[in-house]
Design a protein around this ligand. Structure first.
Ligand SMILES: Cc1ncc(COP(=O)(O)O)c(C=O)c1O
Length: 377
């Protein structure tokens, strides 16, 4: 059987990710492939490490993109740091903290779920209580920007509680990295993972991670080997160490790394502070337009103090709740706009509008509001 080449339809990606990839990033991807141990490629790897260290706000030597999506970065943090019997306190406020629980269980650890209502930030006071009640806990894990709800948690406060209670901290920064200020050394985060396809506006399939010296010591002193060969940091370390003496671990996704490099070049060109300010400005513009430009007022599901700018959860009006999937399908077919539905208990209750990376622009808000106005009237 033969098929013609695939020609994707043009879309405006305003969902929870992937976000729109900048043409410069796509062009970088199309450059000629190098061997994964070619000196020119090794130089690129060194640069990516430095770019990611800057973005994460860290000097951690083990900072690099895992060759797989955010879920693999998540798994890399848990399989390396959690050993059988380890208690892990998880600040739970959405889908991705439930995945953390799943990871802990598969590592033979004991998850302690500290549950906050979906749509709210993880509550530091509740984490303090959990630390007091579980003095033998080893790790605190939480999602900085919970993509399933649009709530941003106070990572600095949570990490500080972890430090005060001698816990290691694992933070999910899949949706926060690049769109929201983040500085892991100052906050004292031990392991962090992110994704390339959200605020970095890169192609999907890479997961920037960073591990502190303290975390590395814990990994080196494990009683049992890390059960994942591919994600074992003891082995990957030698592949990502700076300089030319690298040992083969796996074939890096060469062209995807060109893309990541370019997206990080663009982030630095615009300036991190300017990128954060743009995300905030466009988020406020969306809220204003939703409140003033539609036949019915659409409300944001998350309270103002708990909101992140890059993922906006909109409460679906009652009369559309049963048909909201059709509504989204119309948005896609008529306007080529993708937005996300709710997950888990929020299915049918919210729409998720991502204004991430290159997609965080006023023109996208105008186009979405225009389409919403049409479909709502
Ligand atoms: C907060 C969060 N964590 C983890 C993931 C998993 O990342 P990926 O889909 O790249 O595997 C996502 C993806 O949407 C996410 O939003």
């Amino acid at each position: 059987m033969s098929f013609p080449s695939f020609q994707p339809p043009l879309r405006t990606l305003l969902g929870p990710g992937p976000s729109e990839v900048h043409p410069r990033v796509l062009q970088a991807c199309a450059r000629p492939t190098l061997g994964h141990l070619d000196p020119a490629f090794l130089e690129l790897m060194d640069q990516i490490k430095i770019q990611l260290q800057e973005l994460f706000g860290t000097k951690n030597a083990l900072t690099f993109p895992v060759s797989a999506p955010g879920s693999a970065g998540m798994e890399a943090c848990f399989v390396n740091l959690v050993e059988a019997g380890d208690k892990v306190i998880i600040g739970a406020n959405g889908v991705f903290s439930l995945r953390m629980r799943e990871n802990v269980l598969r590592c033979g650890g004991i998850p302690i779920m500290v549950e906050t209502a979906w749509g709210k930030s993880v509550e530091p006071g509740m984490i303090e209580d959990a630390c007091r009640q579980n003095p033998d806990a080893k790790i605190l894990a939480f999602v900085h920007a919970e993509t399933s709800t649009g709530a941003l948690s106070d990572a600095a406060a949570l990490a500080q509680i972890a430090r005060q209670n001698s816990l290691y901290t694992i933070m999910d920064a899949v949706t926060s990295l690049g769109g929201t200020p983040l500085t892991i050394d100052k906050w004292g985060i031990d392991a962090v993972y992110s994704g390339s396809q959200k605020c970095l506006s890169c192609i999907a399939g890479l997961s920037p991670v960073s591990f502190s010296e303290r975390a590395l010591e814990k990994i080196k002193q494990r009683n049992s080997p890390v059960q994942s060969w591919f994600l074992d940091m003891n082995l990957i370390m030698d592949y990502w160490k700076p300089g030319s003496k690298r040992s083969y671990h796996h074939t890096a996704p060469i062209n995807s790394l060109y893309a990541l490099h370019e997206s990080l070049v663009m982030h630095a060109e615009e300036g991190a502070e300017n990128v954060f300010a743009r995300h905030q400005r466009v988020h406020l513009y969306l809220i204003h337009q939703l409140a003033t430009q539609l036949p019915i007022q659409l409300k944001i599901f998350v309270e103002e103090k708990d909101r992140m700018p890059q993922l906006n959860a909109i409460a679906i009006p009652d009369h559309l709740k049963d048909t909201e999937a059709n509504f989204r399908a119309n948005l896609l077919t008529k306007y080529g706009i993708e937005i996300g539905g709710g997950l888990g208990p929020l299915a049918g209750a919210i729409w998720r509008v991502g204004l991430m990376g290159h997609g965080a622009r006023e023109k996208n808000v105008d186009y979405l509001v225009h389409a919403l106005r049409d479909l709502l009237s």
